[in-house]
Design a protein around this ligand. Structure first.
Ligand SMILES: [Zn+2]
Ligand SMILES: [Zn+2]
Length: 385
């Protein structure tokens, strides 16, 4: 249904009801007429077919309170039938071409009726071709190094977004030529299909729902009226993003149409793992191998930090493998500027090969040390022997 139809067609007359008719009256009138003019009952009767289309369209609008209200408003504004638009196609075979752009504000100057219709049919509801519309959200993906993700980074992005063809301004017609109203759907872009005595609207197959036909297509866009525009922009990824996190950057998506706000840019972030550091929330993790003497006797070990100077970590004497030591403030930067911690997990390294001296020393050690680390298991082991 187009705005043009609203002004031009008298849906009340089509159904033979008054402007104040109730929904029940409208339904009753439609059913009666639909039975009478149904294509199944009037095979090959072009006039009946036309009438059936007319009443289906009228019912589609008047049976929907919202559409009916818009229809009434449009008719009030322009006066019923007082605003004539030449019709293309039809039975006379000499379709009158006209440029809808002139009437509906598609041209460079904008303005004209398009803006008025845009107002009538409200912003954002998508009704009518001229309503102000919010731009779409755009999805993008970036892959960051672990360090960039931790510190935050500004990444350049190339975004391809659908836009209006700059050559034909979206009409799809070669400049200087005109589009014409689709004769199949009379410019509505939809056709009625019948099932079980009821009419369903579906997109017109002739014009693919545009309501317009292009005889001489624009070379730039091959008649689609659309173009792909590439935008370069820089997206700020905040410090501390996680792998798989989605960042919404308001207003960086597709620009709005006719004064509508821009959509958002949604960036899905992938983060490469680090060779050494891991993450646990705002904390960084690090596995620190130590020797058995270091764990047993205690030691001070130099530990790297992410993007900063190394720190000294004190391994207390008697540290067991798997114990985690906390280095405060050496984790990831939080939103409020404070930082998480570096969690250092001690892992006692066992040498794969031993020198003769080391082997002899370990044998002496085993002789000297009589603690049984499995004392708590020995009872169970004996019981089941
Ligand atoms: Zn074009
Ligand atoms: Zn059509």
């Amino acid at each position: 249904m187009s705005a043009r139809d609203y002004v031009e067609k008298d849906y009340y007359a089509a159904l033979g009801v008054s402007k104040t008719a109730s929904q029940a009256d409208i339904k009753k009138a439609y059913r009666k007429l639909a039975r009478q003019h149904h294509p199944d009952a009037n095979k090959g009767d072009a006039a009946s077919e036309e009438k059936f289309k007319e009443i289906s369209e009228a019912y589609d609008v008047l049976s929907d309170e919202t559409k009916r209200k818009e229809y009434d408003e449009a008719r009030t504004l322009f006066g019923a039938g007082g605003f004539r638009v030449p019709r293309g196609g039809g039975g006379n075979g000499q379709g009158v071409p006209f440029d809808l752009g002139d009437l509906f504000g598609g041209g460079a100057g904008g303005g004209g009726l398009g803006d008025i219709f845009g107002t009538i049919f409200g912003g954002g509801r998508g009704r009518g071709p001229q309503a102000a519309r919010r731009g779409g959200d755009v999805e993008a993906e970036v892959t960051l190094s672990f360090t960039d993700a931790a510190n935050g980074v500004t990444v350049p992005l190339q975004l391809s977004t659908p836009s209006t063809c700059p050559t034909c301004h979206g009409s799809g017609a070669k400049p200087g030529t005109a589009t014409r109203v689709c004769p199949v759907c009379s410019g509505t872009g939809s056709q009625s299909r019948n099932a079980g005595g009821f009419a369903f609207a579906e997109p017109c197959r002739e014009c693919f729902g545009r309501g317009l036909l292009v005889d001489d297509p624009c070379v730039t866009c091959a008649g689609t009226g659309e173009a792909i525009s590439t935008r370069a922009l820089r997206a700020r990824i905040p410090a501390g993003v996680k792998d798989g996190q989605r960042i919404r950057l308001a207003g960086k998506g597709t620009p709005g149409e006719r004064g509508g706000p821009a959509g958002d840019l949604i960036v899905t972030v992938h983060v490469h793992p680090h060779d050494v550091f891991g993450r646990k929330g705002d904390n960084l993790t690090l596995t620190l191998p130590v020797t058995f003497p270091e764990a047993a006797l205690g030691a001070t070990v130099r530990v790297p930090t992410l993007g900063g100077a190394p720190v000294s970590v004190k391994i207390p004497a008697g540290t067991t493998s798997g114990r985690t030591l906390r280095v405060r403030g050496k984790g990831l930067t939080r939103r409020d500027g404070t930082r998480g911690d570096l969690l250092v997990t001690v892992e006692v390294a066992v040498p794969k090969t031993l020198s003769d001296d080391a082997r002899a020393a370990l044998a002496s050690y085993a002789e000297a040390q009589h603690d049984d680390p499995r004392a708590h298991l020995s009872k169970l082991v004996t019981a089941n022997d």
